[in-house]
Design a protein around this ligand. Sequence first.
Ligand SMILES: [Zn+2]
Length: 395
Amino acid sequence: MNKITNWKIDNDDLHVKQKCLICNNDNNEILGNVNYNNLQILQTTICNDCGLVWRSKVPKFSWFVSAWNTRNKTGESNDILGMSKMVEIRRKIRYRAIANNLKRVTKGMTHLDIGTGPGRGLKEFINLGFDSIGLEPDISRAEVGQKEGLPVLNLTLEEFIEKNKNKKFDVVTVVQALEHMQNPQEFINKIKKVLKTNAILYIEVPNAKNFIRWQDSLYMEHLYNFSFNHIAYMGGVAEMLPKYISFPRTVPFGPKHLAVMLVNSVNNNFNAKMKSSNLIYDIKKKHMLGLDNKFSFPKEFNIHKFDDVCYVSKNIYFKQIKDNVFEQLLKKPNRFVSAMKHRIELYQRQGLSGFKDKLFGNLFYKFPKVFNDKDFISPKLIEITKEYIEQEKWI
Ligand SMILES: [Zn+2]
């Protein structure tokens, strides 16, 4: 593996986004800074009105494009390119569950998937009778699907609209892609152009509530973290109505993501309640519990080596994920943990140093090598009602 660690980045490659995309105000607070060899390359901010978390300082899209090309040319490991066997198996299972849910509520079967990767998820839609097309701007991934005969186009949404002026779909899916967009609202507005009246837009994102910890500040490719309110609000701007919600997982026992299905309606009387104090409090609390559980705010990271375009410091990132997963497992015992219960108690009683690592060695050893549908909880489709919104059940 030819690993790149000395990524080049300078001030001209960066831009600043001071105002909240949703509220357009300055009532914000900095959650974290990342400095790379004395240059501040990332800043993470929370809106004190709506709880949106975003990279208020981040590389421009042009920098990402050139970094992806560099990564592609130098032949990074398959895992880093997101083309590992495991990722592809997970992709299939996720798309199968999504397609099943969508089939129950859609009126027609034409389907566009934006950010489709190599497009293997499209196969699951096609198997259920959908007439699918996938868009993937990254040539290294699009080509893989094309070679397998999958309907993947190496185009951005703008380019697709330009080439197919009147083409409209019954279903558009954006699976784990909206949080990567430089301007999610503009992106949703563009999607509107390819939706038939009453068509469905399925958006799946990491649920802000479950994903924001301090290490989020290091995740360079995630430019935004959304709650249901944010998706509903942006949909509302584009005259789309949230109709269904579900909470899928992308890995077995993993945290729950957020999926919102919006209907392209001309009449949108949904008013997203934007003030969400509980969410804001929760996010801040999690951010403050940083390295070594020391309370400090905001977090400052100084990095001299750049592990990847995606997470600037993979080691720190994954170590903290491991700790978080461990804490979650202890809180919510599942069938997997109950088998390890005795060992956990033993370690806890003895207070052995490094017991987490020992435990995790065992846990990962026992993790299924190949994932099946049964390893995932099938996301239930929940109809969004007024009561549901008032009770803030998605939080
Ligand atoms: Zn806001």
